[in-house]
Design a protein. Structure first.
Length: 156
């Protein structure tokens, strides 16, 4: 499997095949507006703007799996735009862990985690996907976006 085998609803509720991002380096992150790591939105946006013309994209997946994304889609979009000037694609709110986890996140955790880490443990877990659509690295919520730059550059 690759990223191209999945689809997800965007923040406006439209189904989007993730094959739209084929040939790009993709950073997938589960987000939450009320999380203490929300400041990372700024760093993701900086990376996106810096490398978008080099076939790089950030995909944000809001989730209330940890009870820190209480907002509905329009409110999430407004908050991210107003506070962080987000222009990278945001998707509809999903579950990222447990039996109701979105298939994309089940696949990401199964392919990037050791047996004891086959779940998303907190908001702002990051997954770096290469141009062929395969996950190459997983980063913890504590890893700041700036620390990802060298990994992104290596794949571009």
């Amino acid at each position: 499997m690759t990223l191209n085998d999945f689809e997800a609803k965007d923040i406006h509720g439209e189904k989007r095949p993730l094959s739209e991002y084929e040939g790009r380096v993709v950073l997938i992150v589960n987000t939450a507006s009320e999380c203490g790591f929300a400041y990372q939105f700024e760093g993701f946006e900086e990376l996106y703007r810096k490398y978008a013309d080099q076939n790089f994209v950030v995909l944000g997946f809001p989730s209330n799996s940890f009870k820190q994304e209480p907002y509905e889609h329009e409110e999430i979009l407004e908050k991210c735009s107003a506070l962080y000037s987000i222009t990278f694609p945001l998707f509809a709110k999903i579950e990222v862990k447990g039996p109701d986890a979105h298939p994309l996140f089940r696949w990401l955790t199964e392919t990037t985690g050791k047996i004891w880490k086959r779940t998303v443990r907190w908001n702002f877990t990051k997954f770096l996907i290469d141009k062929s659509g395969k996950p190459v690295k997983r980063f913890s919520p504590k890893t700041n976006p700036e620390a990802l730059e060298k990994h992104i550059q290596a794949l571009i």
